[in-house]
Design a protein around this ligand. Structure first.
Ligand code: ASP
Length: 243
């Protein structure tokens, strides 16, 4: 927004807002929309952006609702794929890691079902894609596979979309410790990948991709970040009728 020449009213220190006095989300939204032209909301609860949109008369952009969705990330991911590979048509897209709590894979899947792609979901058994996300894939008629070992599929994929195990979503940290370093993309794994493919990650990366991969031309995660800025600028401009 700043690069577009607009201003922002950040409410990220929620302890200084009436939210801590018990103000409801609908009331917070109705208060903030009287100061602003649109609201970007990141909230810990699934469905919070939809609730906000229900009560707001100004546009609401979902910037992440708990383990639910992260739609602007999906837009920048799609843009990054098309920029790198020319098109999404016919691509094999593997999503790897924490598919249960990773909201970016939920949103990217919902976006990609609009295109002829093949999905491979790679995760430990307890972090599989939730049933309602798989229902979306099934309803769209797309083929998908669920796997546990990334080595089995690395040679076939056009997009390797790696995610962080979402530590903050685990109630049992021992369970987190068991899965945290399950998938690590390193140069040895990349040797088995196609020459024309990309490795993506919504960041922050913890141990899922070794730093030695960063100089590989197939590493697309920092381009993703930069594209995120442009895509979000475009989205803000479009929503505000300035595009
Ligand atoms: N930055 C992404 C998100 O907000 C991914 C992550 O946190 O792992 O969901």
């Amino acid at each position: 927004m700043l690069r577009l020449g607009g201003q922002v009213i950040p409410i990220n220190n929620v302890q200084y807002s009436s939210v801590t006095k018990g103000e409801s989300l609908p009331d917070t939204v109705r208060t903030l929309e009287s100061y602003a032209d649109l609201i970007v909301i990141r909230h810990p609860d699934v469905g919070s952006a939809a609730t906000a949109a229900h009560y707001a008369s100004k546009p609401i952009i979902n910037a992440g609702d708990g383990v639910g969705e992260h739609p602007t990330q999906a837009l920048l991911d799609l843009y990054t794929i098309v920029e790198a590979l020319g098109s999404v048509e016919g691509l094999k897209v593997a999503m790897v890691g924490d598919l249960k709590f990773g909201r970016t894979v939920h949103s990217l899947t919902k976006l990609l079902v609009n295109y002829p792609v093949e999905f491979i979901f790679v995760s430990p058994e307890n972090l599989r894609m939730p049933a309602d996300e798989l229902d979306v894939v099934n309803a769209s008629g797309h083929a998908y596979e669920q796997r546990e070992d990334v080595h089995d599929i690395i040679g076939d994929v056009d997009v390797l979309y790696v995610t962080r195990v979402q530590k903050e979503r685990f109630t049992d940290l021992a369970e987190y410790d068991q899965v945290r370093d399950r998938y690590v993309v390193d140069p040895a794994l990349m040797d088995r990948a196609k020459q024309r493919m990309i490795v993506m990650h919504p960041l922050p990366r913890i141990n899922e991709i070794s730093y030695a991969v960063d100089s590989d031309p197939r590493a697309a995660y920092f381009r993703q970040m930069r594209n995120g800025m442009y895509i979000r600028m475009a989205l803000l401009a479009a929503v505000l009728g300035k595009a």
